[in-house]
Design a protein around this ligand. Structure first.
Ligand SMILES: [Zn+2]
Ligand SMILES: [Zn+2]
Length: 104
């Protein structure tokens, strides 16, 4: 009983500059680098330890490729590729494979 009430009061006061949406069930934890609050869903498989800014910075500094998403111009399927490649593809792997087949 009154679990929701307990949760409400155990939460730290929201920072004025970062308004928290009342409907969200996201939990909050500080970023390991900058201490900025990270909002996460406890059901997520991977709970982030760093905020988006720090993660991006870290990835840039260490040249860690990001996974990019695009829609295939031919079949409309969403496909992923790494941000490190020079030319971002317009077509998914399947369609690119088909193009190659035709050329061969
Ligand atoms: Zn951070
Ligand atoms: Zn395609």
């Amino acid at each position: 009983m009154f679990n929701w009430l307990k949760k409400l009061f155990s939460k730290p006061e929201p920072v004025a500059s970062m308004p928290i949406k009342e409907e969200t069930k996201l939990l909050e934890k500080p970023c390991r680098t900058c201490g900025k609050p990270i909002f996460y869903d406890p059901s997520w498989e991977h709970i982030p330890n760093y905020c988006k800014d720090c993660k991006r910075k870290y990835q840039d500094e260490h040249n860690i490729p990001r996974i990019m998403k695009r829609k295939c111009k031919r079949c409309g399927k969403t496909f992923t590729f790494l941000s490190t490649i020079k030319h971002y593809p317009n077509y998914c792997k399947d369609c690119r494979a088909k193009f190659k087949e035709k050329k061969a």
